[in-house]
Design a protein around this ligand. Structure first.
Ligand SMILES: Nc1ncnc2c1ncn2[C@@H]1O[C@H](COP(=O)(O)OP(=O)(O)O)[C@@H](O)[C@H]1O
Ligand SMILES: N[C@@H](CC(=O)OP(=O)(O)O)C(=O)O
Length: 406
């Protein structure tokens, strides 16, 4: 007997027959002997409509907490429709919403982008387990939370995916299934490029990057709660069957809950190409990477400015790269010179919190400044910050950056 958390996005419950089909797919799993929790979003575009309605009616006078309570109506209705559809098929079900004591997802008081109190949520999830053990199918409102004074909060647009992974984690589920309007994760958005191909599987790390760079298919914060031991997949509602293959989400493979700090074991050399108005020169980057690729040299990072371009390479490759790139400088009129910089240590911090934690970069740089450690380069994306310091400072900087995660 497996415990499954199945999340139904807005499109998968987009009309009456879809709700019926979705409820049937949940009941089918229950009849096979599995335990199941449904997490349900607002029907179709209800959230957008509620926002538009309140903007038209109230406009700037609308407070965040009023907006959250109005938006919540979408999920409050969706969950009731879903639960009633399950009961109409002869199985007991209960709606779980933030107005009830049993509600598990506890947050801070930020009405529109609430932060989850993981410990409180874990504790309160026990009540949901009791319900499941009584043979009842809980239907949990996605997207919603309950703040410190019992008020409704929301987890941010698209937040029902977070609700599903959080519930899956806290309940110790065997599987999390995200039911949506595409066959799974594709090579790109299939609504933009028709030839997009379905991926059989994707790692948490890859999907997190895809999602933070705008692929709507899953909320990036949801993957924070993906436990390596819990199976997860994304499937199309059109199948009407939760057993469908879709795209399997595997991992995470790095660190605990996707957070890690690492130091590359070898020194990293910085090679800078200098030239006038380099950013305006077409194909320069391709030439740089082409030369390195031809010589089987791996690139750990590239930074580009108006008049220079720097490649980060393993020290063992740097002399060879230096000579090969010099040839490029001689041949290309827009390049004036090349310099092989000092040895640096590369420290990488990976965390899904980077995207929504103001001050995380200064949290890293401040302790380095206080310890008189000079930062040679720093690059950041939505999920990783990479800091380069003098090689001699590497170990100390690594220990300081590790403290940031704590
Ligand atoms: N690489 C991708 N693979 C699959 N879908 C993608 C991808 N990038 C963007 N999408 C979009 O994500 C949408 C599904 O997410 P969303 O609309 O939030 O669904 P739901 O309402 O079920 O939560 C798809 O309709 C698709 O347009
Ligand atoms: N209904 C909310 C939450 C959500 O996650 O919806 P969906 O699962 O349809 O993306 C929204 O539109 O933002």
């Amino acid at each position: 007997m497996d415990l499954i958390v199945a999340k139904f996005g807005g499109t998968s419950v987009g009309n009456g027959s879809r709700i019926k089909k979705a409820a049937q797919s949940v009941v089918n799993e229950f009849m096979k002997g599995n335990q199941i929790v449904a997490v349900v979003s607002a029907v179709n575009k209800t959230t957008d409509e509620l926002i538009e309605l309140s903007n038209d009616a109230i406009g700037a006078g609308l407070t965040d907490s009023q907006k959250a309570a109005i938006m919540a109506m979408g999920e409050l209705t969706g969950a009731r429709l879903f639960s009633a559809a399950i009961e109409s098929l002869g199985v007991k079900s209960e709606v779980i919403d933030p107005y009830k004591d049993i509600w598990p997802i506890i947050t801070d008081s930020n009405s529109l982008e609430a932060k989850i109190d993981f410990d409180a949520t874990s504790k309160k999830s026990e009540n949901i387990k009791n319900l499941i053990n009584q043979g009842i199918i809980p239907v949990v409102c996605g997207f919603l939370g309950k703040g410190p004074v019992g008020e409704i909060t929301t987890l941010g647009r698209g937040g029902s995916d977070i609700s599903a992974f959080l519930m899956g984690h806290c309940l110790g589920a065997d599987e999390i299934i995200i039911v949506t309007d595409v066959d799974g994760v594709m090579s790109t958005d299939p609504n933009k490029i028709e030839e997009a191909e379905l991926l059989d599987e994707i790692t948490v790390e890859e999907l997190m990057d895809l999602a933070t760079h705008g692929a709507q298919v899953l909320h990036p914060q949801a993957l924070k709660y993906k436990d390596p031991l819990i199976s997860a997949k994304i499937i199309n509602f059109a199948n009407g069957d939760l057993d469908t293959k879709g795209t399997k989400i595997i991992g995470p493979f790095e660190g605990d809950m996707l957070k890690s700090v690492s130091i590359y074991p070898n020194p990293i050399s910085l090679i800078a190409l200098v030239g006038e108005r380099m950013l305006k020169k077409v194909g320069l980057l391709a030439n740089l990477t082409g030369v390195l690729a031809e010589n089987n040299i791996n690139i750990f990072g590239i930074s580009a400015g108006q008049n220079s371009m720097t490649a980060f390479l393993d020290k063992n490759d740097s002399i060879k790269a230096y000579h090969k790139l010099h040839q490029l400088v001689i041949e290309d009129d827009s390049l004036s010179s090349l310099s092989l910089g000092k040895d640096t240590a590369m420290i990488t911090l990976v965390s899904p919190d980077i995207i929504d934690t103001p001050g995380i970069i200064s949290g890293i740089t401040e302790p380095l400044r206080k310890n008189n450690i000079n930062i040679v380069e720093i690059t950041s994306s939505q999920t990783a910050v990479v800091v380069f310091v003098d090689w001699k400072d590497g170990e100390k900087a690594y220990n300081l950056v590790k403290e940031v995660l704590k």
